[in-house]
Design a binder for this molecule. Structure first.
Ligand code: A2H
Length: 258
């Protein structure tokens, strides 16, 4: 953890259909009846949300159902992030954490959620990723394989070996990376181009992925131009804050720092 606070955008992915296992958990928690439930992902790249293809959780992580700032909303996030949010006007009262239940990451896999701004408007799947850290963000990662090397490598692993990861092939088959920005060096698909260049074979290639992440982030921010959305043709460096503000104004996201 650095000395400077990290300014995330919390992206609210509303659950449209629970996996069978998650449904059993949810049905046993009366307090969830009639609530809107969201998996909340922490991102540093709000301008890439047009390219979301799925949502990632850690299968060995534990998530809680936490009452949100508005009475009808519940967030599925790590307990650690819920405690932070309670001091950022993101819980029922300042400093108050109201936990309604718990669910394992493994149980969430296969659920379907609505990803704000994504071109996949019928929802996307919750899928497993190896490298989701319990100590960062909310423990929920929204996946943008066009611009995040980690997301691209993980999605490709799932497509290659769905049974190994315990998912159904159809949860990934129809979801391909979608271009959201273009850079002079890497074209329309920064992460796939970098994964090829650095010979990244899977999400287990941590060292190369660290390098790819760094390059993708800088290239996209300083040299990227939007290829989709309300700000198409404009520089990413200018659009980042505009998309963030839009997501917050529409209630699809919120500012979250840690
Ligand atoms: B980013 P930082 Cl397109 N474990 O969002 C692992 N990774 C996590 C996480 C966790 N618990 N919580 C958030 N993240 C990811 C988009 C994105 C991101 C793109 C490109 C790069 C990128 C779509 N995924 O991050 O260590 C989230 O993925 C590369 C830095 O706090 C979040 O932003 O700097 C980023 O890591 C936060 O990482």
């Amino acid at each position: 953890e650095g000395v400077n606070p990290q300014e995330y955008t919390g992206i609210k992915l509303e659950v449209r259909e629970w996996s069978e296992e998650a449904q059993q958990v949810v049905s046993a928690i009366p307090a969830l009846a009639g609530k809107r439930v969201f998996l909340v992902a922490a991102t540093l790249r709000p301008e890439t949300m047009y390219g979301q293809t799925n949502c990632f959780v850690g299968v060995s992580l534990e998530y809680g159902f936490f009452a949100g700032a508005s009475a009808d909303e519940v967030y599925v996030i790590s307990e650690r992030s819920a405690r932070n949010m309670a001091f950022q006007d993101l819980s029922p009262a300042n400093g108050k954490v109201e936990q309604l239940g718990s669910v394992g990451g493994k149980q969430l896999v296969g659920s379907r959620v609505d990803a704000p701004l994504s071109c996949y408007t019928n929802g996307v799947y919750v899928l497993p990723m190896d490298n989701v850290l319990a100590t960062k963000g909310t423990g929920v990662v929204t996946s943008v394989p066009s611009d995040s090397p980690d997301d691209y490598a993980a999605l490709r692993d799932l497509k290659k070996k769905p049974e190994y990861y315990g998912i159904r092939p159809e949860w990934v088959a129809d979801y391909e990376p979608v271009s959201v920005l273009s850079t002079p060096t890497y074209g329309d698909m920064t992460a796939p181009a970098l994964c090829e260049k650095l010979k990244i074979n899977s999400q287990k290639d941590r060292k190369q992925l660290e390098d790819a992440k760094e390059i993708a982030y800088k290239e996209g921010f300083y040299n990227g131009t939007m290829t989709v959305g309300d700000f198409v043709g404009q520089p990413v460096a200018e659009v980042k804050a505009l998309v963030r503000d839009q997501l917050i104004a529409t209630g699809q996201g919120f500012a979250y720092a840690e």
